[in-house]
Write a protein of this length. Structure first.
Lengths: 312, 281
């Protein structure tokens, strides 16, 4: 680090004399890359490399033997195989519908909760702390808890609502999964939205009140448009998480009954680690990643979010 | 204030209080169920109709989690992996966040967007090649086999949060340090870090939570009993035929405690991180 620090120690003198600002700037830039290097190297090694490798795998004839995996020639057959596969088609449909419904419910419920909390006179801090518990809870634990609630013979859902085979029935299992997800992540949305609400300028509301605007129209004409960037972030986070859905169904239903709750991530995981079909697994994984990217870009555009250029 | 306004006001408050009560029930009841179930005796866990209050209270599940199943070991593994990854994320993230926030580097914008995109990638996209890589390194079933991937996956978001905090620190502070002859590392240590402390807490608690709850990589890379983390341990309690819910819930309550305390202490940082850190970005 001494080699790096010397130029900077000399820097103020040259800068003070307004002598060589470009040289100074270059030194600072070099320092910047030096400071960023450890983070960039580790991110590169653990994420970019595997992503590229995964794409290569997905485009190759992969054979798995005792000494590991070997790559054959380039091929698109993994993708053709995956796309034609009815299990993949189902998993894609399931993941998309699951994502849309849970995110929609969570955003609506989360906004309602945030609006309630904003108007709450006392105890807001305690409820916020309570809301953070499901958010920080291990998803596996959430899955086990709801599995116990849904259990056929002694589950509390059976005792209260007479539903005795929730996880054995496809539609009920899907809804049960969604409820567990909504319970865990709605608080997260509520907190984001509440923080967004608090930052909204109060004078706009006073003006609306003076103009005789009703609560409902104030909400739609002032609150919602101003909240849009906040909602966009919440939706983006949630869409990404929901699309990578793995922990919850893996523990609660293992993708069942049948393949009813098999998400893309579960399908990819099973292809890779249970069927040792690396080529197909990589194709499933890559298509999932691609869909996530497209989804992100669409939602970012839809909400007209600028990935902050300020300060760059 | 006229009588009409006051009555309207009171009506809203009642409706609001009622709604808040519903929210508390919605969030609290499953938590209540988790906690009381961990204190039921194993036979009573399967009682039908279920016991809504444990009778008698029992610590058997807790004993079983720590004695029959090696939950103590899982807990230690989780603590080691999470703390190391969080420390690394904060060290590398601070340096990179400082560079990207305050130093004149070319291509910064591209770099930030690339980092953002990486942080959005689903884990499943990298799990197979990462598994092969770790296997070749002999890092399966080791602490570093989780610490390094966790560090990499949490760095992008941490860098974003930290960079945003760094942007807000006045330039004069650094100038003064430089005039005093402090080197860049020293400037970061004595000027930048104290000023960016709230950002460090925010990035730290997010990283901690993510590592503490991570399941897919932990399941894939560290399946040996000695290296299992809490989520994997909890998921693999019991057999295919019997799920020991009591043991699972006892372990769960123990697992929720540290994160619950941290989240409670740093709740303001979490909330600001979820908004300013992300939205301003």
């Amino acid at each position: 680090m001494t080699a790096m620090s010397t130029p900077i120690e000399r820097a103020p003198a040259s800068r003070g004399l307004a002598g060589r600002p470009d040289v100074n700037r270059r030194r600072m830039a070099r320092l910047g890359w030096g400071f960023s290097a450890p983070a960039l190297i580790i991110v590169l090694a653990v994420t970019i490399f595997p992503i590229v490798y995964s794409v290569v795998l997905s485009l190759s004839n992969v054979t798995v033997s005792g000494n590991g995996i070997s790559l054959g020639g380039a091929t698109g057959s993994n993708y053709v195989q995956v796309v034609k596969n009815s299990t993949w088609q189902y998993a894609l449909g399931f993941t998309i519908i699951y994502t849309i419904i849970t995110v929609l419910v969570e955003v609506v419920l989360g906004t309602l909760i945030a609006l309630v909390l904003q108007r709450l006179a006392a105890g807001r801090g305690w409820i916020m702390a309570l809301l953070l518990i499901p958010w920080s809870m291990i998803t596996v634990i959430n899955a086990e808890l709801w599995q116990y609630i849904y259990e056929g013979t002694y589950g509390v859902a059976g005792a209260l609502f007479g539903l005795h085979d929730i996880l054995g029935n496809s539609l009920q299992a899907i809804i049960g999964l969604m409820i567990a997800d909504i319970w865990k992540t709605t608080p997260f949305v509520a907190i984001i939205v509440l923080a967004g609400l608090v930052m909204l300028p109060g004078d706009l509301y006073e003006a609306a009140e003076v103009d005789g605007s009703s609560g409902w129209s104030t909400f739609w004409r002032i609150t919602v448009p101003l909240l849009r960037p906040t909602l966009a972030i919440a939706v983006l986070f949630r869409v990404l998480q929901a699309f990578g859905l793995f922990d919850l169904p893996f523990v609660m239903t293992n993708g069942g009954p049948g393949t009813a709750t098999t998400s893309l991530a579960i399908l990819g995981y099973k292809a890779i680690f249970q069927n040792l079909d690396f080529g197909t697994g990589a194709a499933v994984a890559t298509t999932t990643a691609l869909l996530v990217l497209i989804g992100c870009l669409i939602s970012l555009r839809g909400f007209k979010i600028q990935v902050g250029k300020e300060g760059m | 204030m006229g009588a009409r306004t006051r009555r309207g006001w009171r009506k809203v408050i009642n409706g609001i209080n009622f709604s808040a009560f519903i929210v508390v029930l919605f969030i609290g009841l499953p938590l209540y169920w988790l906690i009381i179930s961990s204190f039921k005796t194993p036979p009573n866990l399967g009682a039908s109709p279920p016991q809504y209050w444990p009778n008698p209270w029992s610590g058997a599940n807790y004993a079983q989690a720590f004695v029959q199943y090696d939950f103590g070991q899982y807990f230690i593994n989780s603590v080691i992996v999470t703390l190391c990854a969080t420390a690394l994320v904060l060290i590398f993230g601070t340096l990179a966040g400082y560079a990207l926030g305050r130093l004149p580097m070319r291509g910064k914008f591209t770099l930030m967007v690339t980092l953002l995109i990486i942080s959005l990638f689903p884990e499943i996209a990298v799990i197979a090649p990462l598994y092969t890589l770790l296997k070749d390194l002999g890092w399966l079933n080791s602490y570093q086999g989780l610490i390094v991937p966790y560090t990499a996956f949490n760095l992008p978001f941490a860098i974003w949060i930290l960079r945003n905090y760094m942007l807000g620190i006045p330039k004069e502070m650094e100038e003064t340090a430089r005039v005093d002859g402090a080197g860049p590392l020293r400037t970061v240590w004595s000027i930048i870090i104290p000023m960016a402390l709230p950002g460090l807490f925010t990035a730290g608690i997010f990283c901690f939570t993510a590592c503490w709850t991570e399941f897919l990589m932990a399941l894939t890379f560290n399946s040996a009993d000695n290296y299992k983390t809490i989520p994997v341990g909890v998921a693999t309690f019991g057999t295919a035929l019997e799920v020991p819910f009591g043991t699972i819930f006892a372990a769960s309550v123990v697992a929720v405690v540290p994160i619950g305390i941290l989240v409670f202490i740093f709740r303001k940082n979490i909330i600001s991180g979820l908004t300013s850190g992300a939205v301003k970005g």
